[in-house]
Design a protein around this ligand. Sequence first.
Ligand code: NAP
Length: 280
Amino acid sequence: MQDQLPKTSLGKTEIQITRLGYGSGHRKPMNDKQRDVILNAVVDAGINIIDTAISYGNSEQLIGKFLKDKRDKFYLATKGNLWDAGSLETQLNQSLKRLKTDYVDIYQLHNPTPAQCISGELLDALNKFKKSGKCRWIGVSTSQPYFKEFIEWNSFDIFQVPYSALQMENEKMINIAGGNGAGVIINGAVALGEPNIGKGSKLIWDNFENYKLQEFLDVNETKTSFMLRFTLSNDNAHTAIVGTTNPKHLESNIKSVLQGPLEADLYNQVKKRIMANLQI
Ligand SMILES: NC(=O)c1ccc[n+]([C@@H]2O[C@H](COP(=O)([O-])OP(=O)(O)OC[C@H]3O[C@@H](n4cnc5c(N)ncnc54)[C@H](OP(=O)(O)O)[C@@H]3O)[C@@H](O)[C@H]2O)c1
């Protein structure tokens, strides 16, 4: 039997989620059969959190079809992106229909500004959805500069933000949010994968060499694996919802997460190296 993926508590929700999640906002074209194959591999690996959004093509429909008899095996997170309460409710109802479920575990606002949340009275709307049982927890997918303000509102159960060794601007706020008891879901955990293998840009990935991070790689370790292990070395990054269209990449991400975080001493050296470069 395959080793079990490590789990952690998603903040105060206290649900135990696998530290490797699955993001279905695919960056490469996939047909329905390929998506079915990858979702099966996700289930078989014991990954128990899947992230989608109403705006990710037919992702919700496929997940709904796939999860029909497996709803209890997953925590489902989706997102809406209309900024008035009535339209957002219509979107949530559409998502539930597509996902073939009565509720989602996490309902997230998909990249709003704080001003849009206020003028659309979106927090009231989210709390209404929560009270009605259509979602269990409410969140926002965001990034700096808005992340800080959203944390200060003290109203969201969950934050979804990008974070990796090549994208560090949210780290401080991730630690504050996690320290306050919020659940933190990470996207961009592998900076889209190495260029020409995944979808990462050369411009961003050149920093891997510029920071001389290759010096820290284990024997035979890929840069993408190192990136994932770095992201998950931060205990406040509760789960990394890595997106992949490639079963071999999924397998290698599982292997990386099973290998565990970077050893503390190494992690501190890597952090120091990144920070020194960011200060230049
Ligand atoms: N604002 C938002 O709410 C927001 C924004 C971005 C993402 N998200 C969510 O987060 C999920 C993941 O985010 P993301 O796609 O931005 O970033 P990501 O997970 O860092 O990158 C995904 C890319 O990495 C590649 N990849 C994955 N594993 C790999 C491996 N082992 N080796 C090489 N390449 C690998 C994939 O290519 P292959 O297909 O070839 O494996 C894919 O193109 C999305 O699916 C979505 O659910 C949300």
